[in-house]
Design a protein around this ligand. Structure first.
Ligand code: ATR
Length: 271
């Protein structure tokens, strides 16, 4: 049986084993998928050990995505831009290919599962950390009208926008520079929700019909999702669909078959 795992620290709350077990059952692929608690000071050693034991691929999560990017022998273009790797694939020559499926997961959840058309839309991306960098390229490839990256520390938003300038539709600013702007979609990519907080943004920032999307997911309504509902967003979504979609794309990279996500999203939602 081919072995896969998710490596992170902490790791006990990861839903990936459950998601991949459901994909394997659905597709009839015979795989084993486990949780690996990575050691903070020896991520590379842990990966090598897993591969030596016959591991075929890994999902990588906080705080190791940048280290996985450096470790990979080759990178997909989207992983290259993301500066982070969430999927490692063992190649036939035993080299490691790094990919990043977070952005395509976000895009598929929005467009395929929820029916939101990104093309031509004005998008506000909140945050300028690793989570945001990971999804920018697939979002931009959907040809929105523009994406404003707004961050509490404005300098980080400016430099991320500068790095993506070749796309032409990106600008960076501080949260305090958003007054007077309006958007069709607001995506929260900050870590503020982990403390139950919401980035400080103006109330009037939602255009008519605006959607809110929180890249975070928890069993309760997230803080940003609640903010969206309270501000009359047409829809206010959490990141569960993104989580399952990024996993599906990883599964496809390893097994060459894209599983159906809706039954798995429904299963996790039902818990
Ligand atoms: P991640 O990998 O999750 O993106 P990160 O790289 O540490 O983690 O980035 C965290 C992001 O959440 C940053 O954009 C951070 O803003 P700063 O760059 O100003 O620190 C943002 N963030 C965290 N707590 C926040 C809060 N309470 N309000 C607004 N933004 C917050």
């Amino acid at each position: 049986m081919d072995k896969y795992a998710v490596i992170g620290n902490p790791i006990e709350h990861s839903k990936s084993p459950e998601i991949h077990a459901a994909f394997a059952q659905q597709t009839g692929e015979s795989i084993e998928y486990s949780r690996l608690l990575g050691s903070i000071d020896d991520f590379v050693g842990d990966v090598r050990h897993f591969l030596a034991e016959g591991g075929q691929g890994l999902n990588v999560t906080i705080p190791f995505k940048q280290q996985a990017w450096r470790l990979a022998d080759e990178l997909s273009p989207r992983a290259h831009t993301a500066g982070a790797v969430n999927t490692l694939i063992r190649l036939d020559n035993n080299q490691l290919r790094g990919d990043n499926t977070d952005g395509v997961g976000l895009v598929r959840d929005l467009t395929v599962n929820q029916g939101f058309r990104l093309q031509g839309k004005r998008i506000l991306m909140l945050g300028a950390g690793g989570a945001v960098r990971g999804v920018m390229r697939p979002l931009l490839e959907q040809k929105p009208k523009r994406i404003v990256i707004a961050n509490r520390t404005a300098s980080k938003a400016y430099s991320m926008a500068n790095g993506l300038a070749s796309y032409g539709q990106v600008a960076g600013c501080g949260l305090d520079e958003l007054e007077g702007m309006q958007f069709d979609l607001i995506i929260n990519g900050t870590a503020a929700g982990l403390e139950g907080e919401v980035p400080a943004i103006p109330d009037e920032i939602l255009a008519k019909g605006c959607w809110c999307y929180d890249m975070l997911y928890s069993h309760q309504v997230t803080a940003f999702q609640a903010w969206g509902k309270a501000h009359q967003a047409a829809r206010s979504l959490d990141g569960l669909g993104m989580l399952v979609e990024q996993a599906a794309e990883s599964f496809r990279l390893w097994r060459d078959i894209l599983p159906e996500t809706s039954p798995v999203i429904a299963m996790l939602r039902g818990k």
